[in-house]
Design a protein around this ligand. Structure first.
Ligand SMILES: C[S@@+](CC[C@H](N)C(=O)[O-])C[C@H]1O[C@@H](n2cnc3c(N)ncnc32)[C@H](O)[C@@H]1O
Ligand code: SF4
Length: 445
């Protein structure tokens, strides 16, 4: 009988992105709201991660299923920032005096959609309720090409942002058109020049591969253009066409040759001084390791001890993950934002929607987060975290070696190139049956 991994390997490689297990579609309403004080009581609060979600964009890209809305009417952004202030006050109170932050990220949506005044108001709120953050604390901020100005970059620098991340997707007009991403290529170049000149320690560029018309040559051409700006990091995202997105509505499908595109991009980056950190993330050899980024904002990987602020932001303790409700369609998202804006300080002081992680789920999450990175999964790290032997707890991991996807030493299990490129097969294979079933039954709006 073939193992479940063997069966999965017969299917196409892109089966799901395991960046933030469990996915929000596995979340449900808690039987009773849980006071945040209780949620965070036993958590180590000496090194927390602050994530602020800003669900506004100047456009809705055809491929994007992130929690965001476009062209907010009237004073929606300022009302949203008032709600953020209220949530920060309530969260700061619940976490108490022992809270200390050591990393931060602003994601979305497009945080740079905010005006200079709005950004200043946001940073003031954070300082007021969470206290000053340590100097030099790694803090990441997402931008889109059309929303960046010199003034905003100066402000971000003055406020301690250390990493800028921008979505470019492709440098070729025909490809961005097919992806449903309206974008002026000359403006992309102007913005990247401004960003580089602004002197932030880390700059990241997101690119997407898998548009039907893309060839290995045109894909490498986009990466070559990105490298002109010497970004410390590059995220290469395989195109997924997800439910309720613009591309799905018009019946587009991703190209069949995504794996071929991936390999062409990976090889080009390796030849040009970048090392692979995970399937999606590449880092310049000379860039410091410390600036370990989110694996996506929300598309992006995450740690325990994360305090999420804003509609759509997740928070994680060891055993409780929570956020506002989840939607992809415009009206569903608008409803959730309206509900968020209408919340009282007391409403913000409880977790209402999320997921409790059993010890087994915590182990699975740990395995995914370590195994899907090039450095691999250390037996000692697993043991010190869970007081157990990895291969006795999860003997199915040995299938990775049998299938030629990983090597095994006394110290760790490490995916090889064949394994890393199948990360989006291995990730979903590691999901528990319970979480897979919950995700399948989620009613997406
Ligand atoms: C929050 S955005 C980045 C910042 C900004 N909003 C922008 O688009 O320029 C997150 C990134 O996720 C990636 N992404 C989103 N949806 C995707 C999909 N369906 N397939 C592949 N990549 C996707 C894109 O590369 C995008 O830049
Ligand atoms: S890709 Fe970025 S700009 Fe486009 S809709 Fe998603 S978050 Fe907004």
């Amino acid at each position: 009988m073939p193992s479940t991994l063997q069966k999965r390997l017969l299917d196409q490689p892109y089966q799901g992105y395991a960046y933030a297990y469990p996915h929000k579609m596995a979340y449900r309403h808690f039987p009773d709201p849980i006071p945040l004080q209780e949620v965070w009581r036993d958590e180590d609060k000496s090194s927390l991660y602050l994530y602020v979600h800003l669900p506004f964009c100047e456009m809705r890209c055809g491929f994007c299923n992130l929690f965001t809305t476009t062209n907010p009417k009237d004073d929606l952004v300022s009302r949203y920032l008032k709600a953020v202030d209220l949530q920060l006050a309530s969260t700061g109170e619940a976490l108490g005096d022992s809270m200390r932050f050591s990393r931060g990220a602003f994601g979305g949506g497009t945080p740079s959609f905010l005006s200079v005044d709005e950004l200043n108001a946001l940073f003031e709120s954070i300082n007021r309720h969470l206290g000053p953050t340590p100097a030099g604390m790694p803090a990441s901020f997402e931008l889109s090409p059309a929303t960046v100005t010199k003034e905003k970059l100066q402000l971000l620098k003055a406020r301690g942002i250390t990493r800028l991340s921008i979505g470019v997707q492709s440098f070729l007009h025909e490809e961005t058109k097919v992806l449903g991403r309206p974008q002026s290529i000359p403006q992309v170049h102007d913005t990247l020049t401004l960003m580089r000149q602004a002197g932030f320690p880390v700059m990241n560029i997101d690119l997407i591969y898998g548009a039907e018309i893309q060839t290995p040559e045109s894909w490498v051409e986009s990466i070559r253009m990105a490298l002109k700006y010497q970004p410390e990091e590059l995220y290469l995202y395989p195109l997924y066409v997800r439910p309720l997105t613009g591309l799905e509505k018009i019946g587009r499908t991703p190209a069949d040759h995504r794996l071929e595109l991936f390999r062409a991009g990976r090889d080009y980056l390796r030849e040009n001084g970048y090392r692979q950190i995970s399937m999606r993330l590449f880092r310049k050899e000379s860039a410091p390791d410390e600036n370990d980024s989110l694996e996506g904002p929300v598309y992006c990987c995450q740690e325990d001890g994360m305090v999420g602020i804003g509609a759509g932001a997740r928070s994680y303790t060891n055993d409780i993950h929570y956020c506002t409700e989840y939607a992809v369609g415009r009206s569903g998202i608008q409803e959730i934002i309206d509900d968020y804006i209408g919340r009282s300080r007391d409403d913000h002081s409880h977790a209402v929607f999320g997921c409790r992680l059993s010890e087994e789920e915590q182990r699975r999450r740990f395995i995914m987060k370590s195994l899907l990175r090039a450095e691999g999964l250390s037996f000692a790290d697993y043991d010190s975290q869970f007081n157990g032997a990895l291969l006795s707890d999860f003997p199915e991991l040995l299938d990775l070696k049998t299938e030629g996807l990983a090597s095994l030493s006394d110290l760790k299990i490490e995916l090889n190139d064949a394994g890393i490129e199948r990360s989006d097969t291995i990730g979903p294979w590691l999901f528990s049956t319970e979480m897979t079933t919950r995700m399948e039954h989620y009613e997406l709006t």
